[in-house]
Design a protein around this ligand. Structure first.
Ligand code: SF4
Length: 185
């Protein structure tokens, strides 16, 4: 499987059998991957092999680029069925994820009120109050169907996030650390 590093902050639209016309929103840098997991099947490769040199897009850059793309799609008469947060890693790790969700819903309501807003997430940061509250505003979320057994899941996802004790999950006993974590793609 070839590695894909997506443009940022907007990519597509892509035509999905499941979602329809999906416009991608990538909150990671345009030249690398940033994820709390390192799934062995990730289409973006491993974190260590694709360290970005560019910064993440700012909240303003995301809103400006999204509005420009929606205006272009409106002009062409083909608006998206879904605005999908995806791309080079875990979107909820952006420090302004919650504010960007609010901006996106505002622009969705203005340009394509029938479209859904979807986030492809591994849910590792759902314990953050701002992230949780942002998810509550969404119409669609997606998680993967990776095997439920913790040891199998840990070996496939290779978690990168620290536990509350500061210990890396990859150093933890999978049976306790991984029970609620799933990859996204
Ligand atoms: S959670 Fe998703 S983006 Fe992150 S490593 Fe796994 S497949 Fe890749």
């Amino acid at each position: 499987m070839s590695t894909i590093i997506y443009p940022s902050p907007i990519f597509g639209p892509v035509h999905s059998r499941r979602l329809g016309i999906s416009l991608g929103i990538n909150l990671m840098p345009a030249d690398g991957k940033v994820c709390t997991f390192d799934c062995i099947y990730c289409e973006c490769g491993f974190n260590k092999d694709f360290r970005p040199t560019l910064p993440r897009p700012t909240r303003q850059q995301v809103a400006t680029a999204l509005e420009a793309t929606l205006q272009q799609m409106q002009h062409e008469g083909q608006l998206p069925d879904v605005l999908t947060f995806a791309g080079n890693g875990e979107p909820t790790a952006h420090p302004h994820f919650a504010e960007i969700i609010s901006d996106t819903i505002r622009l969705r309501n203005q340009y394509c009120p029938n479209a859904k807003v979807s986030v492809l997430s591994n849910a590792t940061l759902l314990h953050r109050e701002a992230v949780f509250n942002a998810f509550c505003k969404l119409t669609t979320t997606s998680r993967s169907s990776t095997p439920c057994h913790p040891s199998t899941s840990a070996s496939l996802t290779v978690p990168q996030v620290p536990t509350t004790s500061g210990q890396s999950l990859s150093d933890s006993k999978p049976s306790t650390a991984m029970s609620s974590y799933r990859p996204c793609l």
